[in-house]
Design a protein around this ligand. Structure first.
Ligand SMILES: [Zn+2]
Length: 614
């Protein structure tokens, strides 16, 4: 049998620790602390959003005894075992909790509202947003209320059509309509005693969106003429030249596809894009197809949109998903989630034959109305493979020209010319690229420079940076506060970093539990129990398992007495060490070793209950 003589346990542990450190580096909490904000000073602190796209967006604005929180999202892109999403580290909010007057939310995407259910119950204050945004927040809170959360948030709608503004502490806040990929998105305008701040939220300047609700460029220009101290502008598509095409150019593509498809039609897209769902419903209605919506998020958002008049569904068009198998193929259109190939989403379940209502066959047509979000490229390709293997006809946006359709997706974010236009419209003294990683923000800086903004007037800041404007209205970065990720699991509970480290180690090495019951003279009173998972199969490694037993017996026979807690701890430590080096030598692997030692006949004065000393 092969032996691993040259491996050293310390080295193996170090390599593993380094690997885990590398996996956690991007989420690591960076500590920092600053003094209270000085009088007559505007402080701006991004606590999330500066480290990538869709990354727990959150920015704090402070003046003396008042603070606002702009957006409060979570990050769904965390790929760690047992982690569902991440929220920003809240240490800084704890220090200013007495002055948090409001949460102002730009739009209803989860990377802008997701953390509200964690943050607002802890630091209560009213939440402001447009009607649809507030509807999305209400739905989000009712989901956690189903799981037992009792907190009822105070939700306040601001009317963008009338340019309604509200005084909150020293601030005056207004929302201005912008186009994005969810109804009623807004830019947030904050008038402070030192000048006006604008947070664009996510936007594009589509002049002809399907809902006839274009970005309110007139209002932005008006605000710009009155003077803007700081423009905080999103950075998602700062690498794209020109302008993002208008959404309604897709209507022709959907009309064409629905018209020419003979069998069933399944269209996968993001659940909150109501304009696109409207286009598909229009096309279905025109060609006499019934529409079924699949996916819980798709149904809840569509219900909300229909209630608020953002989605118009002709009578009799919508059918329950459970009835699609009873209709002729050419009358069925299913709109579902999962176009990114997300495991567990509707399209993935169809692709692997685990969907309750839809069994795909080669006579079906699937349309993927999206491009992969950065990070989803592999699952996006995988879903294409699975569908091809079934033999369905596919139309995917990236290959639409080859597939034989018009474009099937447009982005919800501004491209470079629109960013330049935003700067021209608002004419700010200072520009701060936000909501993007360092690369996209650097491209944004480049647009600002080309737009005539001086380099010294462009603020390039990471999460946790503290920017202050004094009475001279000049900004300075005066330090940093703690920032980083708090992991949250499937149940909504926060997962401590130490637990994530253990899980990462377990996924690498597996574990081995040794239960030894001995008397006070270190004699075994029953046979040794060894349980292992994710390391080696104990049934086919009898020799190794016997070797472990021999190692432990050797240690026990060298002991004369085990009475005190310290003696038990020392015994456990030596079991860990010798079994560890034995296994490394025998198998080349080093699992997590958990020794459990029960000592019979020791009085309670000498030891704590067994479960406390494990
Ligand atoms: Zn968004």
């Amino acid at each position: 049998m092969k032996k691993y003589n040259n491996i050293n346990a310390a080295q193996v542990s170090q390599q593993l620790n380094d690997k885990i450190d590398r996996e956690l580096r991007n989420y690591r909490v960076k500590l920092g602390k600053v003094e209270n904000v000085p009088p007559q000073t505007v402080r701006v602190v991004p606590l999330g959003g500066q480290n990538g796209i869709g990354e727990k967006n959150m920015i704090v604005v402070e003046y003396e005894d008042d603070a606002l929180i702009l957006d409060c999202g979570f990050d769904l892109g965390v790929d760690l075992p047992g982690v569902n999403y991440a929220i920003p580290v809240l240490d800084y909010l704890e220090t200013i909790k007495h002055k948090i007057r409001a949460y102002v939310i730009s739009h209803g995407h989860m990377d802008h509202i997701g953390a509200l259910t964690h943050v607002v119950p802890k630091y209560p204050a009213p939440i402001y947003g447009s009607g649809f945004t507030i509807g999305m927040i209400d739905v989000h809170f009712s989901k956690v209320q189903e799981q037992g959360e009792v907190y009822q948030p105070e939700l306040i709608v601001l009317d963008m059509d009338t340019h309604e503004s509200v005084s909150i502490g020293v601030f005056t806040v207004e929302l201005v309509r912008v186009t994005h990929s969810i109804p009623e998105s807004s830019a947030i305008i904050i008038d402070t005693p030192l000048g006006r701040l604008i947070n664009t939220g996510d936007f594009r300047l589509d002049p002809e969106p399907l809902d006839a609700m274009p970005s309110d460029v007139k209002r932005l220009a008006e605000l710009g003429r009155q003077g803007v101290l700081l423009l905080m502008s999103e950075s998602t598509n700062t690498t794209r030249v020109g302008r993002t095409p208008t959404e309604h150019t897709l209507q022709d593509s959907f009309d064409d596809l629905v018209g020419k498809t003979k069998g069933r039609l399944i269209i996968a897209m993001f659940s909150s894009n109501m304009n696109r769902i409207q286009m598909i419903i229009n096309a279905a209605n025109h060609y006499g197809r019934k529409v079924a919506l699949d996916g819980r998020s798709m149904l809840t958002v569509a219900e909300l949109a229909a209630r608020l008049g953002k989605l118009k569904i002709p009578k009799g068009t919508l059918i329950p998903l459970s009835t699609v198998e009873t209709l002729p193929d050419n009358e069925v259109l299913v709109i579902c989630t999962g176009g990114q190939g997300e495991p567990g989403a509707a399209l993935s379940r169809m692709a692997v034959g685990e969907h309750k209502a839809v069994t795909l066959t080669s006579s079906d047509t699937v349309v993927i109305s999206s491009t992969p979000i950065p990070g989803n490229e592999r699952s996006y390709a995988k879903i294409g493979d699975l569908l091809s293997a079934i033999g369905v006809k596919q139309y995917r946006h990236p290959t639409h020209e080859i597939d034989g359709s018009g474009p099937l997706h447009v982005s919800g974010h501004a491209a470079r010319d629109e960013h330049a236009e935003m700067i021209a419209l608002t004419n700010p003294d200072y520009v701060m690229p936000i909501y993007g990683g360092a690369l996209n923000r650097a491209y944004h800086k480049d647009i600002a420079l080309q737009s005539g903004v001086k380099a010294s007037h462009i603020l390039m800041v990471e999460n946790g940076a503290v920017i202050e404007f004094g009475t001279d209205k000049k900004p300075g970065i005066i330090g940093r506060v703690s920032s980083g990720d708090r992991f949250v699991d499937q149940t909504g509970a926060v997962v401590p970093e130490i637990v994530t480290r253990d899980r990462l180690q377990l996924t690498e090495t597996g574990f081995l539990i040794i239960v030894a019951t001995i008397d006070r003279h270190a004699k075994l009173v029953s046979s040794l129990d060894i349980v292992t998972r994710g390391f080696i199969a104990s049934k086919t490694n009898v020799q190794t398992m016997n070797g472990i037993r021999a190692e432990i017996r050797k240690i026990l026979s060298a002991k004369k007495e085990v009475r005190s807690k310290t003696a038990i701890e020392l015994l456990k430590r030596s079991i860990q060490m010798s079994v560890g080096s034995y296994l490394l030598h025998e198998t080349g692997g080093l699992p997590i070793i958990i020794p459990v030692v029960n000592v019979i006949g020791v009085t309670r004065n000498h030891r704590k209950p067994a479960d406390e000393v494990h």
